[in-house]
Design a protein around this ligand. Structure first.
Ligand code: AMP
Ligand code: ZN
Ligand code: FE
Ligand code: FE
Length: 282
């Protein structure tokens, strides 16, 4: 059984529509794929319908933006109640903050480059706007050739054009996910290329708040980082996941390039208390 628990669609900053992502996952030989758009569940219905037609299992999820002492981090959540009011309200707050932040970044970039907010909005067709959509506008204007080049030169977290956005504290976010009956897994906790990473002491606190696992097998982790995180997970009784963090043509990440064991997936299913089940399947 091949299981990939982290992928994005056009509901956030992926380039495949939710149904196309499900088709691509099936074509890549996956049996289970999670849709984990940034701070929105708006892609679930379309993905679920496609999974039922195609006969692949779709795990409903989200990647929640969090912020801790100025450090940005991401929390994956699976199988939570998509109608849970406190969790929905928190994600809506984050999406609104992201929109204001993107507009500010674009205003700063527009002083030096041909880019406009209307142009970025045309690229952000889903619920959640992110730096990748700013990158798309910069590609369109011929400033850079690819999303990657846009991040390397202008959009990285130490860039003069970078602006942060408000997001929940990670321990609070874990609590919200648990209260909504979901299962929380720390996404790429050791991805130093994206900026500063949080200390192990915070991971200990998140585990105490009910976090279930760490995403260890991810392309942004080198072998020593994976070994260290695997050891930390084992000491804290956390499960280990692996995933592609696929974004369609927006990133080199390929579906199924890292996978989650059937045992870890079964443990995630068993930890969910919302009654929300995987969809589709054969
Ligand atoms: P944001 O959520 O707006 O802060 O933007 C960060 C998102 O951009 C990440 O979640 C990735 O999806 C994406 N990203 C980060 N680095 C790159 C890159 N080098 N090329 C393309 N997308 C990237
Ligand atoms: Zn993304
Ligand atoms: Fe992420
Ligand atoms: Fe992601």
């Amino acid at each position: 059984m091949r299981i990939d628990l982290h992928a994005h669609s056009t509901a956030s900053d992926g380039t495949d529509a939710p149904a196309d992502l499900i088709r691509a996952a099936s074509a890549a030989g996956l049996d289970v794929v999670a849709l984990t758009d940034h701070d929105t569940v708006s892609g679930w219905a379309e993905a679920l319908a496609a999974a039922e037609t195609i006969g692949i299992t779709m795990v409903p999820g989200v990647e929640i933006s969090c912020r801790w002492q100025g450090v940005s981090l991401h929390l994956l959540a699976f199988f939570f109640d998509p109608a849970d009011a406190p969790l929905l309200a928190e994600m809506e707050r984050t999406r609104n903050g992201r929109a204001g932040r993107a507009e500010t970044m674009v205003a700063q970039l527009a002083a030096d480059y041909p880019i406009s907010w209307a142009q970025v909005q045309r690229h952000a067709t889903g619920d959640t706007v992110g730096r990748p959509h700013i990158a798309d506008a910069l590609v369109e204007s011929g400033v850079v050739a690819t999303r990657d080049e846009a991040f390397d030169r202008l959009l990285h977290s130490r860039s003069a054009y970078y602006v942060p956005h408000a997001a929940p504290e990670p321990v609070a976010a874990v609590g919200l996910v648990r209260a909504a009956g979901g299962v929380a897994v720390f996404a790429h906790p050791g991805a130093r290329g994206r900026g500063e990473v949080v200390p192990d002491s915070l991971i200990v606190e998140m585990a105490a708040a009910g976090m279930a696992g760490l995403e260890v097998d991810h392309r942004d982790h080198d072998a020593p980082t994976r070994a260290r995180l695997r050891d930390l997970a084992s000491r804290l009784g956390l499960l280990v996941t692996g995933s592609s963090d696929y974004h369609g043509t927006g990133k080199v990440n390929r579906l199924g390039e890292n996978t989650t064991s059937p045992e870890a997936y079964a443990a995630i299913l068993a930890a969910a208390t919302s009654g929300v089940a995987p969809g589709g399947g054969s």
